[in-house]
Design a protein around this ligand. Structure first.
Ligand code: PLP
Length: 372
């Protein structure tokens, strides 16, 4: 861990050491308010996905705007949030391994928490863990609604698992997890809507069969930043799991022709120009170890300069000086918009919250790291 934060409150953004993970607090609050306003008139609730921010601080801000709780992707994230005072979590994933399951069950004594399964063997392992700890575990069945990742087939196979959960003395059937991750970054709204139409069809069919079997769902969860308006419109999802909306990233902006669809870019990597030997080009101190590039290279914020390549600790910038594009100078600090927010956040120990050029708050990325 980087024990010394790269910034302290009151400092100017320009004095923050780089690379640093900057959150523009005005933009963040705009995003949180906008999502709250979009969800409020519907019957659904927001259960924001914390794999994006990994921070109980952000979870509390979302809760203050009406979120019922948080989603997490792994036990380590759940621990970081619960130790930070978050009291309602859904682990939107399958967990295997006795030590992890024991950690999960221990958390159920500290917060309301549920987990997803897609296999009888998960149910057997959870029942054994619950029996061992004398606890009752909340369980959702995850169905594959087109993502082709985790999830049992919708319909009868899902109902068979739900029945088994309901018949297990140390488990409680809580509902369905029906997330279509593959739909989030389809480039046109028509493609995204079409994909979610399929997810809604699969989920509705499964809900009907569950109802016929007298198994009711407290939670029907799914949706991300790219599709949540379609899941909301369906009326069958009780909880919306959008995560990236709080920060937005360059790849989500590409869903909307290069702008952030009413949400603002709130997450940046602040970087320093460390070399500038030729006209129209420069090198910054943020490369692969400062930015996730799996969803494309970062953008240079509010500029026509292009970030054209990343190596471990270097990022290459190019601009067309002949066309009058203003370049950057040696030593200058600039904001980059990451291609993919979640794994970029995971590379940092500290958030640096900035408002109008001044550092207002510095807080840890509590749940970061590859450990789970
Ligand atoms: C990542 C994820 C989300 C949130 O997706 P965003 O695109 O970040 O909004 C929601 N649900 C599940 C299960 C996820 O894995």
């Amino acid at each position: 861990m980087q024990q010394v934060p790269p910034a302290y409150p009151g400092m100017r953004e320009q004095d923050v050491d780089t690379p640093a993970l900057i959150v523009d607090l005005d933009a963040l609050e705009h995003n949180l308010d906008r999502m709250a306003a979009l969800i409020a008139p519907t019957g659904a609730k927001l259960r924001a996905h914390a794999k994006t921010h990994k921070s109980p601080v952000l979870a509390h801000w979302q809760r203050a705007r009406g979120a019922v709780g948080q989603c997490v992707q792994k036990v380590g994230e759940a621990e970081a949030l619960i130790w930070g005072g978050v009291d309602n979590l859904l682990l939107t994933n399958q967990v295997m391994g006795s030590s992890k399951l024991a950690r999960f069950v221990a958390l159920s004594g500290m917060a309301e928490i549920a987990i997803c399964v897609d296999d009888l063997r998960h149910i057997e392992a959870l029942e054994a863990t619950g029996a061992d700890a004398s606890r009752r575990i909340n369980v959702l069945v995850e169905i594959d609604v087109g993502m082709d990742r985790c999830g049992v087939a919708p319909g009868a196979p899902a109902v068979a698992l739900a029945k088994r959960i309901a018949a297990s003395p140390h488990l409680r059937f809580k509902g369905l997890q029906a997330y279509h991750g593959g739909a989030q970054h389809l480039r046109t709204p028509q493609e995204r809507e079409e994909a979610i139409r399929g997810a809604v069809r699969d989920t509705t069919q499964t809900l009907d069969l569950l109802h016929a079997a007298r198994l009711e769902c407290d939670i029907v969860g799914g949706a991300g930043t790219g599709t949540f308006e379609f899941e909301l419109a369906s009326g069958i999802y009780t909880e919306i799991q959008a995560g990236s909306y709080c920060f937005m990233d360059a790849d989500y902006a590409r869903n909307h022709g290069g702008h952030a669809a009413g949400f603002a870019h709130a997450l940046f990597v602040l970087t320093t120009v460390m070399s500038q030997t030729r006209p129209g080009r420069a090198v910054v101190d943020s490369g692969l170890k400062a930015l996730a590039v799996d969803s494309g290279l970062p953008l240079v914020h509010a500029s026509d300069i292009h970030y054209t390549g990343a190596s471990d600790e270097h990022g290459n910038l190019r601009w067309d000086a002949g066309a009058g594009v203003a370049g950057v100078c040696l030593g200058e600090k600039i904001r980059l918009i990451p291609g993919h927010c979640d794994p970029t956040v995971d590379r940092y120990d500290w958030y640096v919250g900035v408002r109008q050029g001044r550092v207002e708050a510095v807080w840890p990325v509590a749940g970061r790291g590859a450990g789970s």
